[in-house]
Design a protein around this ligand. Structure first.
Ligand code: ZN
Length: 259
């Protein structure tokens, strides 16, 4: 784990997971606003830093354990206000337990009391527009600081070419949300897994282009009479280890079935 800064944004850059299955993770603090918390498995690693940072508010981009796993700890130990999309306020109150493969990476998630986002989240120096972007989860939001042209995008980017999806993801909604994001006035993209991209709009457009081409291919194959399993084998021939480890919860077939 390292910490670094860009303008008045401080951030954690971390690599988690075993040898060749490492994932990168970025957590941002801007003007007293922590954007996502990291996972409960990293309490010991992040808590000294969180105690030293001046965290007044926490914005959870979406209700996944690598983004909200330390929200309960922050609530109990720092007392910051925590915000999440209104549709996740109730479930955030409950403790979440996950299957082994998720617990191994990130750990379980304790319940916390969150406030629903309004359209705008203010800090002393900034105003962040909160934009609902369902798809990756139904409660996903991105935060836009239009004066600075910053977009904190949670898991809406990650990579241009998405080849795997969770069982709960909906790619048609993801495409709609990416189209919404592409119209926003931003330049710098702050991604939770791939870091800071200063040509941020180009990254979002590249991801959209990938999905448009993929959608066309899937529609064509469907028209020829193939079912989604057959299409999946053609479009994503390489099977990934995580699909087996997750017992199929994480698979390319959900990309095909939701397009
Ligand atoms: Zn996520």
């Amino acid at each position: 784990m390292i910490t670094a800064s860009y303008e008045n944004i401080e951030y954690i850059e971390d690599r988690v997971g075993p040898f060749n299955m490492k994932m990168r993770l970025y957590i941002y603090l801007v003007d007293g606003l922590l954007i996502d918390t990291g996972a409960s498995n990293f309490e010991k690693r992040y808590s000294p830093l969180y105690k030293s940072w001046n965290i007044e508010k926490v914005a959870i981009t979406h209700f996944h354990e690598d983004h909200a796993g330390l929200a309960a700890w922050i609530q109990q130990n720092i007392g910051a206000e925590i915000y999440i999309h209104s549709s996740a306020v109730d479930k955030a109150k409950l403790d979440s337990k996950f299957p082994f493969y998720r617990k191994y990476y990130w750990g379980n998630m304790k319940g916390f009391n969150a406030l629903p986002f309004s359209d705008c989240l203010k800090t002393e120096k900034h105003c962040f527009q909160v934009i609902h972007t369902p798809g990756h989860t139904d409660n996903h939001v991105v935060l836009l600081e239009e004066d600075k042209k910053w977009l904190f995008c949670g898991d809406m980017y990650v990579a241009s070419r998405q080849k795997i999806a969770f069982i709960e993801e909906n790619m048609s909604e993801t495409i709609n949300s990416l189209e919404k994001i592409a119209k926003l006035n931003f330049r710098h993209l702050f991604c939770a897994h791939s870091g800071i991209h200063h040509k941020g709009k180009e990254h979002i457009l590249a991801k959209l282009d990938y999905f448009y081409k993929l959608r066309e291919k899937i529609y064509t194959l469907r028209k020829s009479g193939m079912d989604d399993d057959e299409i999946n084998k053609i479009v994503f021939p390489k099977k990934r280890l995580i699909t087996f480890l997750s017992g199929g919860e994480c698979s390319s077939k959900y990309i095909v079935s939701t397009i």
